[in-house]
Design a protein around this ligand. Structure first.
Ligand code: HEC
Ligand code: HEC
Length: 293
């Protein structure tokens, strides 16, 4: 149904349409059927010896064409919306057609969707078609940050296929990451540790991936300030998004300078929430894909 701001405007549009229509009809009739008001006294005026006024009527097939179009207009306006807010006999509307198509689409896909929601992750992961859809959802929504191959980029966006999970790698944890997003917070330690402390603790953190020295000068500070989140042996804590520090896999790069920068300045990576942007099926497909990695 055409949406009009008020009945007044609808009526106004109907009035204008009808008046123009009648005006057009009158014009056509007057051209073809009313006796010309021009006063012919036999002679047509001639200018410059050979210029005369074309007073003969237009070809008659124009009349039929115009008549046909006028009839078509009337029939159209009776059947379809166009005359103010009058809906037309068919009650057709773009919105109506769209919701019909949507309903059809939903009927067709409801079964497939229910199927996907009921299929265990392990089967989805093995299903090529499902994984192709997941890959295209990923490239649309995720690859700008995590890279086309989900390998992370810029030492800012984590690699998602290294099986090293900052926020946990179970289906529930990954799903929660996607739905609600994640905000990691590690404060800056510069003020507390000073340059020397940052140097020591950075070197100690690097050694966690090998065999750490129990007498390392950074160990005391690590045990005092860091293990609450990163764990006594650097295993990390997925509840806080505190990454593992002992597997030589780094979100923000693993050279000494980058590690020092992480510790001195703090880090607060943010994964946006997709719960409102993606539906349950899309989230399930992505989760299955990431579990596979
Ligand atoms: C309150 C919890 C908390 C404490 C305490 C904490 N961290 Fe962190 N740390 C985190 C979180 C959360 C991240 C992840 C930041 C991000 O993803 O942006 C992180 C990241 C890091 C990183 C970067 C890891 C990578 O993969 O790039 C290093 C290195 C690090 N912390 C070392 C330390 C050290 C050394 C201390 C002690 C001086 C410490 N952290 C204390 C929570 C903590
Ligand atoms: C605007 C950039 C951005 C986009 C877009 C984005 N992410 Fe992230 N994502 C991040 C950042 C940054 C982190 C790391 C947060 C942190 O430091 O803890 C992250 C973390 C994650 C994690 C947690 C990794 C772990 O080790 O626990 C998963 C899983 C993830 N993203 C999946 C996705 C998926 C799937 C999409 C697409 C639907 C997506 N991300 C889109 C920036 C993004």
């Amino acid at each position: 149904m055409a949406v009009m701001p008020s009945d007044f405007w609808s009526g106004w549009i109907i009035l204008l349409t009808v008046i123009s229509f009648i005006g057009l009809g009158w014009l056509v009739l007057s051209v073809y059927f009313l006796p010309s008001s021009q006063n012919h006294d036999g002679e047509e005026p001639v200018w410059d010896n050979n210029l005369t006024e074309g007073t003969s009527s237009p070809p008659f097939w124009w009349f039929w064409l115009i008549l046909f179009m006028m009839v078509f207009t009337v029939v159209y306006l009776m059947l379809y919306p166009g005359l103010g807010s009058f809906e037309g006999a068919f009650r057709w509307s773009q919105g109506g057609q769209l919701s019909e198509h949507t309903a059809e689409f939903e009927r067709e896909y409801a079964d497939i969707e229910a199927d996907i929601l009921a299929t265990p992750y392990i089967e989805l992961t093995a299903n090529n078609e499902a994984m192709n859809s997941a890959a295209s959802i990923f490239s649309e929504h995720c690859s700008a940050c995590h890279g086309a191959e989900a390998m992370g980029q810029a030492n800012l966006f984590p690699n998602l296929i290294d099986d090293d999970w900052q926020w946990g790698g179970t289906a529930e944890q990954i799903e929660q990451t996607l739905r609600n997003g994640r905000l990691a917070v590690m404060i800056s330690w510069q003020a507390l540790l000073n340059d020397e402390g940052v140097d020591n603790v950075s070197a100690y953190v690097m050694s966690l991936s090998g065999s750490p020295d129990a007498d390392h000068p950074g160990k005391a500070q690590n045990d005092m300030f860091c293990i609450a989140c990163h764990g006594p042996t650097g295993d990390g804590n997925p509840l806080l998004g505190a990454p593992r520090l002992n597997d030589d896999l780094w979100l923000y790069a693993g050279d000494l300078d980058s590690i020092k920068a992480s510790i001195a300045n703090g880090r607060s990576g943010q994964m946006p929430a997709f719960g409102d942007l993606l539906d349950d099926v899309q989230i399930r497909l992505l989760t299955a894909m990431l579990l596979n990695n």
